[in-house]
Design a protein around this ligand. Structure first.
Ligand code: GLN
Length: 454
């Protein structure tokens, strides 16, 4: 109990938790001790995890880092958390995130930004972004407060924060992990996955999290392999594709150097390196920032002051006034921006020009990957175009913030698995991540190539 209480208190300096639940972790630890006495242990017996506060947890407040959810306490458990707790894991708390998972720095949270445990080597002590949207997850794992955490990734929210904080995280194939009970952002992109210290821990957690769920209509009815048992860093006979379009203009030399180092490690592990072309890469970011807000504007229509959380009912207000007041008070500025973009691109006059067009481009981006798999087994790229930036550095410039997602959104649009693994440090001693992208349902290939880098 002391250790768990100390751990959650220690997390205060990072603002990593929105809700602390050390008693939940303690109950799991006690159950694990009791089970161990009889030799009957579950795979995650007693492991105290952090849960991104986008997962509904029965009896524990769930906020999505937004005031609009008010004091919402779900009566039901998300499929993923149910699976993790069923495998013996406990929950140390609900982790901070960008509001409704919209952001790349954790600065859009209504509960204050998360601070990365990392500092630049120049002695400036400037507070750095932990990445986003799973910034509470990344910093809690990086600071060794929890051995693993859940994340969600719509356009990079597992991979980019993992890269910023020197940990590993995998976004599985779309449909691998159930979205049931996960607060929706953009349903055709949202995917849950684990964040942990290393590849093996990610494999172990993903094995429990993945699996068919009839309650999620996009859940894939496929078997969950034993990924951890089949981990191998031997890349002989494997072809690693280097997509030339990811060599974006103005890419910092240290990111280019990181990529070259990754290529060298792959060769050392026995892989053959092949240059590949993903010709529509350039359109991925604008496509994502049409489709994701469109789906978000639709998903967020449910927060009307009637069914969930916050209700702002000014004196003499009619129903329309209540909707307006509730949504004005409850949503943060980034969420409002997405709702406005989304309703605009879905509006009658602009639907074809933006939304339909974006769907067509999305199909082309997916085809790029299909073609790449004819010549390679996995792709290797940097995870992000920079190391962690300072808090406040990009928060006034949404476009600069969106540009940080340039390497992560294509795999999200294509629905393919992708992982970030630590690849080295920049000149300031900050972690940089390498990304492995794989074929649909080939999480094993992604994990193994990541292990070759680790
Ligand atoms: N940074 C991206 C966005 O703001 C991705 C977020 C995510 O994957 N949830 O939409």
């Amino acid at each position: 109990a002391e250790a768990f209480n100390a751990a959650v208190a220690g997390a205060d300096a990072l603002n990593a938790f929105i809700v602390k639940t050390p008693d939940h972790a303690l109950a799991a630890a006690d159950a694990a001790d009791a089970a161990r006495a009889t030799g009957d242990t579950a795979p995650l017996a007693g492991v105290p995890l952090g849960i991104k506060d986008l997962f509904c947890t029965a009896g524990t407040q769930t906020t999505a880092a937004s005031h609009i959810l008010g004091n919402f306490v779900p009566t039901y458990e998300s499929t993923i958390t149910a699976k993790l707790f069923g495998a013996g894991a406990g929950m140390l708390g609900k982790l901070n995130l960008d509001q409704f998972a919209m952001g790349s720095s954790n600065e859009t949270s209504a509960f204050g930004n998360v601070i990365s445990p990392w500092r630049r080597g120049d002695g400036s002590n400037a507070a750095l972004a932990p990445g986003g949207s799973s910034g509470g997850s990344s910093s809690a794992v990086a600071a060794r407060i929890v051995p693993g955490a859940t994340g969600t990734d719509t356009g990079g929210s597992i991979r980019q924060p993992a890269a910023f904080t020197g940990i590993s995280g995998i976004k599985p194939t779309y449909g691998r992990c159930s979205r049931w009970g996960v607060v929706a952002f953009a349903s055709s992109l949202d995917q849950a996955g684990p964040m942990a210290r290393d590849v093996a821990d990610c494999a172990i957690l993903l094995e429990t999290m993945a699996g068919f769920d009839p309650k999620d209509s996009t859940s894939l009815d496929v078997a969950v392999p034993n990924w951890e048992a089949a981990l191998s860093a031997d890349m002989r006979g494997k072809r690693v594709g280097i997509p030339k379009e990811y060599r974006v203009e103005g890419m910092p030399t240290e990111i280019e150097a990181l990529w070259q180092q990754g290529i060298a490690w792959m060769k050392d592990a026995g892989a053959e390196i092949v240059e590949v072309s993903l010709p529509h890469t350039h359109y991925a970011l604008p496509t994502y920032y049409i489709i994701a807000p469109a789906e978000a504007s639709s998903n967020l229509a449910r927060y009307d002051g009637v069914r969930y959380g916050l209700r702002d009912l000014p004196d003499g207000a009619n129903l329309q006034d209540m909707y307006a007041a509730t949504r004005a008070a409850g949503f943060g500025p980034e969420v409002k921006r997405r709702i406005l973009i989304g309703t605009y691109v879905l509006s009658a006059g602009f639907y074809d020009a933006y939304y339909t067009k974006a769907q067509k481009v999305r199909a082309l981006i997916a085809q790029d990957f299909d073609k790449a798999w004819e010549v390679c087994d996995v792709l290797l790229t940097p995870t992000a175009p920079s190391a962690a930036f300072g808090l406040g550095e990009k928060s006034d410039d949404p476009i600069a913030m969106y540009l940080n997602d340039v390497f992560t959104v294509p795999a999200s649009l294509a629905g393919v698995p992708a992982m970030s693994v630590p690849g080295g440090l920049d000149a300031q001693g900050l972690p940089l991540g390498l990304q492995i992208i794989g074929k649909p349902l080939d999480e094993q290939g992604v994990l193994n190539a990541s292990l070759a880098i680790e």
